[in-house]
Design a protein around this ligand. Structure first.
Ligand SMILES: Cc1cc2nc3c(=O)[nH]c(=O)nc-3n(C[C@H](O)[C@H](O)[C@H](O)COP(=O)(O)OP(=O)(O)OC[C@H]3O[C@@H](n4cnc5c(N)ncnc54)[C@H](O)[C@@H]3O)c2cc1C
Length: 364
């Protein structure tokens, strides 16, 4: 099987790269999952609207019926704050039904001409003159694929980038434990994300479409709370340490109805994140701390930027990949600067390792 561009990962970044390239060349998307899995990561900031409009996806996105997000409520450094999106030129943000969002992006990529091979995962990659040869495990057994350009959109594992010799560096040890549930009563903070700092990390909750709610806690993998993540009922009990959020859950009649899940949530980078006839997009290139709420935006943005760089590369523009690397470096720098500022605003627990680690002179 031959393609011009082979994209590993049909998540948000891979689907966006595919739907932008499919009008110009043969695109093959690979994913280990036949359908997107349920996963955390539902806050989409207002600025995503511009990208969706540019890619002619906006009307179809709105028709998906995701819940509007009117801003963030936080208890940070002991102060309640509300940052609303009223004056944002892009309007409000969104609390997504994440599975619906990902299924829709995959479908858009296919509608625009990309092909999808799933479940499929690469076993080996070899450089050929003018491109690549991959051995890929599929449901029907191993198959050989050839492509002129590879895009790693496989998320934080950066499987393809690592197979090509790049290294993943992490800046911290952040992990997240979360569960889903539903609100039975009124939801006073409907349409607002809630963020609350505590001694060992920070909490997050958001109301989702259909009276669903996500509840999450973030700390470092080597700190005591992380050792209790797997204890049954721990998360629902521990939220008592975040009084603002506990009161909100009480008022909204929140009741958990899923198991607790655990995910890596550290800041990390693939180095390099692009090279000779390959590039990485989304989390495969840059993994963001969820406090930034920028992971999905970055997946859409770099999916589009990576598609543009890939298209220029296929047309023989030798600077395309280096230009893309510079774009990624600028994004990473802006991300680190913002994140550092935000963590430093919390000064109540100067002796607590979680906060000490985030308040040094530099995070690098
Ligand atoms: C706890 C947590 C909370 C978050 N909350 C938010 C939030 O509220 N808002 C926000 O904007 N972002 C959030 N994020 C970040 C956001 O989820 C990611 O930035 C986003 O999913 C990145 O999209 P992606 O397409 O790059 O990668 P992914 O979504 O990880 O997609 C990767 C795809 O590659 C496939 N794949 C992986 N390995 C292989 C393989 N070996 N073979 C074949 N296929 C493979 C996967 O099945 C998947 O479909 C959060 C992240 C975490 C960890």
């Amino acid at each position: 099987m031959q393609a011009d561009v082979l994209i590993l990962g049909a998540g948000p970044a891979g689907a966006i790269a595919a739907l932008n390239l499919a009008a110009h060349c043969r695109v093959l998307l690979l994913d280990r999952l036949p359908e997107p899995a349920q996963r955390i990561g539902e806050s989409l900031p207002p600025a995503a609207r511009r990208l969706l409009v540019d890619m002619d996806l906006w009307q179809a996105f709105v028709a998906q019926g995701h819940a509007p997000c009117y801003g963030n409520r936080s208890i940070w450094n002991g102060e309640w704050a509300e940052q609303d999106f009223l004056r944002d030129p892009d309007g409000h943000g969104w609390h997504l039904d994440r599975t619906r969002f990902e299924s829709w992006l995959r479908a858009e990529a296919l509608a625009r001409g990309a092909a999808l091979l799933a479940p499929a995962t690469p076993l080996s990659v070899a450089r050929l003159e003018g491109g690549w040869q991959l051995l890929v495990q599929t449901a029907a057994g191993p198959v050989q694929l050839q492509a002129r350009l590879l895009i790693d959109a496989g998320g934080r594992a950066s499987l393809l980038g690592k197979k090509l010799g790049a290294r993943r560096t992490r800046q911290d040890k952040l992990v997240c434990v979360w569960l889903y549930g539903h609100d039975r009563g009124e939801t006073p903070a409907d349409g607002l994300s809630h963020i609350e700092a505590t001694e060992h990390g920070w909490w997050y909750s958001a109301a989702l479409p259909g009276k669903r709610r996500v509840l999450a806690f973030h700390t470092d993998a080597d700190l005591p709370p992380a050792r209790r993540f797997r204890e049954s009922g721990w998360l629902a009990k521990a939220v008592g340490e975040a009084p603002g959020l506990a009161a909100l859950l009480d008022r909204s009649g929140f009741s958990a109805d899923s198991e607790a899940h655990i995910a890596a949530a550290h800041s990390s980078e693939l180095q390099p994140a692009a090279g000779d006839a390959w590039l990485a997009v989304g989390d495969a290139a840059l993994g963001f701390d969820p406090l930034s709420s920028q992971g999905l935006f970055n997946a859409l943005y770099t999916g589009l930027a990576g598609a543009e760089a890939g298209y220029r590369h296929l047309r023989g523009e030798t600077a395309a990949i280096a230009d893309y690397r510079r774009q990624l470096a600028d994004i990473a720098q802006a991300y680190r600067d913002h994140l550092r500022l935000y963590y430093r605003e919390e000064s109540r627990w100067a002796d607590a390792p979680f906060w000490q680690r985030r308040q040094g002179a530099s995070d690098r």
